[in-house]
Ligand binder design. Sequence first.
Ligand code: IMP
Length: 201
Amino acid sequence: MDATDPIRRAIVCTGNSHKVEELALLLDDFVLEPLAAGTKLPPEIGATFLDNARIKAYAGQELHPGSWVIADDSGLSVDALDGAPGVHSARFAGDDATDATNTDLLLQRLDGYAETQLRTARFICVLVAIAPDGTEYLGEGTVEGHIALERSGDAGFGYDPVFIPTGETQSFAELGAEVKARMSHRARAARALSERILQPA
Ligand code: IMP
């Protein structure tokens, strides 16, 4: 199997089932498989999204030598918070953080920043794919927006209920999976990754 094969199986190196679902809608050239339940990935100690995506991808490659592996690292960068929560997005509210406690803390930290232009933010995603021959491919994507004053919507995960993409009036959690598959940071990173795999430099 190489980069010219039409259908490739790939192991997605994440414990987050939402990411596997979103990536499955985005990466048409792959049949995606989750890591076996309970697989432990190393701690995400990198300083950048790329570092952390690589940590997960190479850990997956060790577990599944000879397979394509794909890892994503992503997060939210809020201008008023100097880029936080950034690479700490999943654990913003501490080691036992949940989507709910992370979002509560974010809204609390932005208390006093009432106007939209003071609440600007972006989601960032870096995807790393490693081919069976060890070739590494990267894709990065961002989506600009702002943090709403309160939650709305039930779809998605993480900070989706409070993230309003630029040009929209509803949150990602209201806009839903189809809109996210078109314009999210993960969608853009997936398109960039696919282009690199199909047309390597
Ligand atoms: P990690 O990439 O698994 O380290 O976690 C990224 C964290 O960033 C998630 O737990 C969410 O809190 C947040 N995040 C990343 N992508 C999204 C998204 O598409 N919607 C909402 N939150 C996201």
